[in-house]
Design a protein around this ligand. Sequence first.
Ligand code: ASN
Ligand code: ZN
Length: 332
Amino acid sequence: AQKVETGTGTGQYVGTVQLGTTPSGSTYQLVDPDRAGHKTYDLNQGTSGTGTLFTDDNDAWGDGLPSNRQTAGVDVAFGAAATWDYYKDMYGRNGIRNDGVAAYSRAHYGNNYVNAFWQDSCFCMTYGDGSGNSHPLTALDVAAHEMSHGVTAATAGLNYSGESGGLNEATSDIFAAAVEFYENLPADPGDYLVGEKIDINGDGTPLRYMDKPSKDGASRDSWSSTLGGIDVHYSSGPANHFFYLLSEGSGAKTVNGVSYDSPTYDGQSVTGIGIQNAAAIWYRALTTYMTSTTNYAGARTATLSAAADLYGAYSPTYLAVADAWAAINVGN
Ligand code: ASN
Ligand code: ZN
């Protein structure tokens, strides 16, 4: 969100932010002129179609409370703008499919719906209000995660099962973290947690932990031969762990006030290269080397090729990539 924008909105999670909006007669529409006209709709508890476009009389949107229908619209419109900006500024990617076309967003899906999702069929993302409607699934990392499913579909096309499915899920978690750090909002600074704002467990814990994925009780920390048999939201764990280690390095660390400790396979140590360098390697691997059937071993070679392209073969950065894979038991 680094454009000159006309609207102001207050979301539940993003705080008060600028929004791209479009005047239409005596009102304004939540249509973002800086990002190919991305539209944000209110499904009004429906489950199909587009409901109604969010509109506002004075271009001041939402109030931070979930009871105001516009509040969810602010969060998801900002999430879409941030994700668009991230891919464009960091990699020159012009939209999800790199074709300059905007996706669209739909808030207030169904009743007590505790999920959000991307669909290639509509080229759109959809957000539930959560159970009890107090913790909608509209946080910045959720938006970036869902939109990144569209990037994966348009590039490597990683199949959504087995090890490739885990890599597909990890790709969405990786860019969710990268977008969050890129924006580094006061109300939602960057972290290596997924879904820390939406309180999906009802006890304040996040949905997933990238530093030590097993903290969620189901994800794996390291690769093993049985990894491809578990749910893709758990087989993502080792790749998320790889990404944390490559970004921040092994050992205890506090970033933006969150403490991490990331035990490694066989005590392998890793030197961190910074999250945006790690993300650039993953992005090049995803868009240049990975295919629909890439597994963990293939992801290792893809990221090493990407690191060689970006930083030089056997450079310190390249060697850190190799160490981070060894730290999750790939390529030992
Ligand atoms: N929110 C979920 C995800 O993006 C939806 C799904 O299970 N595909 O992974
Ligand atoms: Zn996902």
